[in-house]
Design a protein around this ligand. Structure first.
Ligand SMILES: Cc1cc2nc3c(=O)[nH]c(=O)nc-3n(C[C@H](O)[C@H](O)[C@H](O)COP(=O)(O)OP(=O)(O)OC[C@H]3O[C@@H](n4cnc5c(N)ncnc54)[C@H](O)[C@@H]3O)c2cc1C
Length: 460
């Protein structure tokens, strides 16, 4: 089997790269590990792209200038950012909605009310699944071949030159696919529990993977073994607090829990371990995955009372409820005396204030460790509720180094002849840590378009 451009992966990054290469006239084959129904990796769980824009339109309100976007990125990354690459992505994000519309992707008109993201982010109509369906439809119309249920098991790389990929397709013989250029868009290793065990030991067995089970990182591992330069911290990931009853894989966006700022969070021993009201939840939710990962048995419980219900997005699973704290403690399997003491000392430390969930209010504790800085209200109004929380991993940061043409760099500093990469597998080139909502898709599609164009041009 031979083709011009082989694209490995089947999400946003892969499809934007494939379509872009096809626009340049190249023959393209996409190899997607998942079966057709599950095609689209983590991209099918997404909702929005972060887009720079200088004029209001039907889908995005106000403006979001280049400098503000860059400042936002720099802030979340704690200053550790590749400014050059980041600026290129920010600038080219402006053209994305129009190009994606040409691939059939449709957008949700800007919402008013409490969802303010319409200034910085554009939302796909129908979410990630609809977006992926449009991408694949466009690929079919343009004559791009797609192999589902097909896993790249190995790559033949000679120095800095890609030769062929060994592809195992379900119920078919293994095929060697030769290609003039290859674009790797196979995501991170977030679904590989064995790999997480290297850094987290047995704790990794208690992690929940929010997205696809197919992102096992085997192509990443093959590249690194073949002398490709590595970026990003191997042991760092983006993780949020998800409902402890979520499935181990693919629970998606709905299993996230937003109750934390409106009560307290205790570990298995019934003790608090972090300030639940440190800042607005959208700015803090991403640290709770890591915090819970460091607690005994990697589990925690968000405890609230009747007053708090209605302050946060409804949960997909019903909370566990009880009329007394000892009864609640028994239901969640933690020591009733300790939980009682924790709640009593919290209630005593709460200082009166004006509770206001839409601002950093003055409801806080005094003389309590850890303190609760905002939205601290006594837990005293039955029924009482508990949500079990677990670490829900979104993505990993370890990846391969690329330049501004999305061309892979080798450990020895040489640029690969015919290997390109985009999407989550290159995220560490821009951000080493931190995350800005909607940036994952934007980065994957901007670099995807570049990778596709460059891969096709390299053949010419
Ligand atoms: C629940 C959830 C919600 C999210 N919401 C957003 C959002 O709204 N906006 C945003 O910007 N980001 C969001 N993200 C992050 C976003 O999903 C990623 O940044 C983005 O989808 C990565 O795109 P990708 O194409 O690189 O990877 P993916 O979409 O994960 O695609 C990787 C593909 O590679 C395939 N693959 C893996 N190994 C192999 C192999 N060996 N052979 C062949 N194929 C292989 C997989 O099957 C998969 O199709 C969210 C993530 C999750 C989990």
């Amino acid at each position: 089997m031979e083709t011009d451009v082989l694209v490995i992966g089947g999400g946003n990054a892969a499809l934007s790269a494939a379509l872009s290469a096809r626009e340049q006239g190249a023959e393209v084959l996409i190899v997607e590990r998942a079966p057709k129904f599950y095609r689209g990796g983590n991209s099918r769980h997404t909702r929005d792209f972060r887009i720079m824009h200088t004029h209001e339109n039907e889908y995005m309100i106000d403006t979001y200038p280049e400098e503000e976007f860059l400042e936002d990125l720099t802030r979340v990354a704690g200053g550790e950012i590749n400014q050059h690459l980041a600026r290129l992505i920010v600038r080219q994000s402006e053209q994305l909605p129009e190009w994606l519309s040409r691939q059939g992707i449709r957008w949700q008109p800007a919402l008013s009310g409490t969802l303010h993201l319409a200034r910085t982010n554009i939302f796909q109509l129908g979410g990630g699944k609809a977006m992926m369906n449009s991408y694949y439809q466009s690929a079919r119309e343009k004559g791009i071949e797609v192999w589902y249920d097909s896993m790249v098991e190995d790559l033949t790389i000679d120095g800095a030159v890609f030769q062929a990929a060994k592809v195992r397709t379900k119920n078919a013989p293994t095929t060697m696919v030769k290609a003039k250029t290859v674009i790797i868009a196979s995501g991170g290793f977030e679904a590989n529990i064995e790999w997480h065990r290297r850094y987290w030991g047995a704790a990794a067995d208690n992690f929940v993977i929010r997205g696809t089970p197919y992102n096992q990182g085997n192509v990443l591992e093959i590249l690194l073994r073949n002398g490709v330069s590595q970026v990003g911290e191997p042991n760092s990931f983006h993780a949020v607090a998800v409902d402890g009853r979520a499935p181990t894989f693919d629970g998606g966006i709905v299993t996230r829990l937003d109750s934390v700022p409106f009560g307290i969070v205790v570990n298995k021993d019934g003790r608090r371990f972090y300030d639940e009201g440190e800042d607005f939840w959208p700015k803090r939710y991403a640290i709770w995955g890591g915090l819970i990962a460091r607690q005994p048995e990697q589990v925690a419980y968000s405890i609230i009372d009747r007053k708090a219900l209605g302050n946060f997005m409804p949960s997909v699973f019903e909370p566990i409820s009880a009329n007394t704290i000892p009864e609640l403690a028994e239901k969640i399997g933690i020591d009733g005396n300790i939980l009682g003491e924790t709640i009593e000392s919290f209630n005593k430390a709460v200082r009166p204030g004006n509770f206001n969930p839409s601002e950093l209010d003055n409801c806080r504790t005094e003389g309590l460790t850890p303190q609760k800085s905002h939205w601290a209200v006594q837990i005293d109004d039955a029924p009482f509720y508990a949500y079990p929380l677990k670490t829900g991993i979104t993505f990993t940061y370890l990846g391969v180094e690329v330049n501004e043409q999305a061309r892979i760099k080798m450990e020895n500093g040489q640029l690969a002849d015919n290997m390109f990469a985009t999407g989550e597998i290159v995220a560490g080139n821009v951000l080493r840590r931190g995350y800005l909502a909607g940036f994952g898709l934007t980065m994957g599609a901007v670099l995807g378009r570049i990778a596709g164009r460059e891969a096709a041009n390299a053949i010419k």
